[in-house]
Ligand binder design. Sequence first.
Ligand SMILES: [Mg+2]
Length: 183
Amino acid sequence: MIILVDQDGPLADFEEEWLNRWREKYPDEFYIDHVDREDFYIHDQYPKHLRAQVDAVYHAPGFYRNLPVVKGCQEAMFEMLDMGIDVRICTAPLPAYQNCVLEKYEWIEEHLGMEFVLRTIIAPDKTLVRGDILLDDKPTVKGSMKPTWEHVLYTSPYNRRITDQKRLTWDNWKEVLLPMLKK
Ligand SMILES: [Mg+2]
């Protein structure tokens, strides 16, 4: 059994860090609370005249390196390994890869250790990566192949409208994933 776990969303809290930085940098500017996020890309939910500033926040050096750890993910990742599951981190890089790719690895080494650095797959197209389950907060994961994995959503406000897929958080992951392992 191979479980591919997306990095931003399930493991690293991109949304929290982005909003904290935005509010700090532009305290009087328009913003959207996490619970009101509707579009997967923050950029798409902000007015056009702010989008260059929106992007600059997550392109900045140190952004990816400093993302907060999603509560419960470390315990769950190691517990899955202990259960004999072949857990891999599967993450798509930003087109602006300059800080993102290196810092993603640094983040993984700090918070999950070298074992997971060696289990990391950087893949712009996740459909090309084989696995049984892809745990990802993106509402729809598309690419050039028919995936071998089943997409399980990591629950977030911007994917709440999807009702025809399994979903979980680290609070209830066992209830969702363990029955899938038995199949
Ligand atoms: Mg994600």
